[in-house]
Ligand binder design. Structure first.
Ligand SMILES: [Zn+2]
Length: 484
């Protein structure tokens, strides 16, 4: 022990991490305690260094504050170090050895608030420090090992593991509360499941993932964590075995899962093939645009009246010289199997009806006093600012991270809800950004996917009634359009 009378120029080192939940986690707590200690010792804190190891990804990065501290020890700017506990200072035995080398070359005292003197200048002190480090490392590794084992066990049994976010399309049912709660069941979230089925169908019909992502975001549909959809997120969701009730290990299907399926296995297989082919194709093209395999803009909207809720009719290449048709699925799949309608006839009819409809819709009055959007927008701005503040606070570490994260989640879901309300009000307004006349002129140049999005914004579905004699004559009355 070096007892010295001169005032030390101390560097205060603070590290926040999630490995000491509750006690001494916060920056403020570490700082207050160490300032008190400095006063007691008669040391002067000349510099504060901090690092944030909150997230697992950061943990692998170099600690910038720590590196700065070491440099300042080397240069003599500080000749003492204060920390709350030795485990704030070093995480790995290697880091400790580096510190020991540095301490030996420069006479530096280290004091910690909770474990006292960290004397790296004597063999006994070093042994003590190494033991402290070894215990911390053992605890960390042991915890990691336990978690890994648990996850493996649950994955293999087809059960659900507790880690990670709520999967989109499902509602988690927990047993207990707080961080130790257990997932006991994943139930289908009907609202989200509807979107998944819709997206799966549209993807299978050739709509690009980008188009699905844009559509989802513009309608204010958020991911399970309240964020916006990305291409990767959409691709991951639609190609996942999870939504077909299949359990996977490293993206390989290993059997049936305990949670219910949202789409059937056939569709899952088709999606997985399609999306992986498409990814290859996109890579080959070097372009962000996927091939527009969508040929028929009305696909997905056409339904047969043979079932009460209108079973979806699928495109069928050609039926006796008439050209491609929409066909009701076979009896085995819940349809009547027989009903068809020529795609060309239906498209021509729908174009006529669409333009007539557009002329009939009054453009929204710009000064609509009931327009909720300005008020919603003001709220969103306020909430977004608050989210940014909370994220800052997360870095400060003064409040428990979980508490802050919950507040952020709440705000994000409010923001998403406001976007949804705004989008619902604006949906007609958006289509009418171009006039009926302009749309008519541009229509021929629209790709099927773009035509489809115009239809989808105005048409809920088109129900196809049985053909009436004479069957070879086109009867526009067979198509009944339900507008939004
Ligand atoms: Zn039918």
């Amino acid at each position: 022990m070096k007892a010295t009378a001169r005032a030390r120029r101390a560097g205060l080192y603070i590290r926040i991490s999630d490995d000491r939940e509750g006690a001494g986690l916060g920056v403020k707590r570490q700082s207050d305690d160490c300032h008190e200690l400095a006063e007691r010792l008669g040391w002067k804190i000349v510099e504060t260094y901090d690092d944030n190891d909150m997230s697992a990804t950061n943990r692998r990065k170099k600690r910038k504050g720590y590196a700065r501290l070491l440099a300042d020890i080397e240069s003599g700017h500080v000749d003492a170090v204060l920390a709350w506990h030795p485990d704030r200072l070093y995480r790995q035995p290697r880091e400790l050895e580096d510190l020991i080398d540095l301490i030996e070359a420069n006479e530096v005292d280290i004091k910690t608030y909770t474990a006292g003197d960290l004397d790296l200048s004597t063999p006994t002190g070093r042994m003590h420090a190494r033991m402290l480090g070894a215990v911390a490392k053992y605890e960390t590794e042991h915890k990691a090992e336990r978690i890994k084992r648990k996850v493996k066990e649950l994955v293999e049994s087809g059960a659900i593991h507790n880690g990670g976010h709520r999967p989109f399309g499902y509602e988690r049912i927990f047993e207990g509360t707080g961080p130790r709660r257990k997932v006991i069941e994943d139930r289908i979230n009907e609202a989200e499941a509807k979107y998944i089925r819709d997206w799966a169908r549209r993807a299978l019909e050739g709509e690009s993932l980008y188009s699905l992502v844009t559509d989802a975001n513009s309608r204010g549909i958020t991911t399970s964590t309240g964020g916006a959809w990305s291409y990767q997120g959409m691709k991951f969701l639609l190609s996942s075995g999870r939504i077909a009730g299949l359990k996977e290990h490293k993206r390989q299907v290993v059997g049936k899962a305990v949670w219910p399926a949202i789409i059937d296995e056939e569709d899952h297989k088709a999606l997985r093939t399609l999306l992986s082919d498409r990814a290859e194709q996109a890579k080959a093209n070097g372009a962000q645009q996927s091939s527009t395999a969508l040929k028929y803009p009305l696909s997905g909207l056409v339904r047969c009246t043979c079932t009460e809720d209108g079973i979806r009719m699928k495109t069928s290449p050609s039926s006796n010289r008439k050209g491609p048709v929409y066909r009701c699925p076979p009896k085995g799949d819940g349809g009547c199997g027989g009903r068809t309608i020529r795609i060309e006839d239906l498209e021509r009819l729908m174009e006529k009806l669409l333009f007539a409809k557009l002329e009939e819709i009054e453009p929204l009055d710009e000064a609509d006093p009931d327009d909720p959007r300005p008020a919603l927008e003001a709220k969103v701005v306020k909430w977004e600012r608050r989210v940014a503040e909370l994220k800052e606070e997360l870095l400060d570490g003064d409040r428990p991270a979980r508490e802050i994260q919950e507040a952020i989640d709440t705000l994000n879901s409010r923001i998403a809800q406001a976007h949804r309300e705004s989008a619902e009000y604006g949906i007609k307004g958006r289509v009418l950004e171009v006039s009926a006349e302009e749309l008519r002129k541009a229509w021929e140049d629209y790709l099927p996917a773009r035509k489809q999005s115009v239809y989808r914004s105005l048409v809920k579905e088109i129900r196809i009634h049985p053909a009436t004699p004479p069957k070879n004559v086109w009867n526009p009355g067979r198509a009944e359009v339900f507008w939004r």
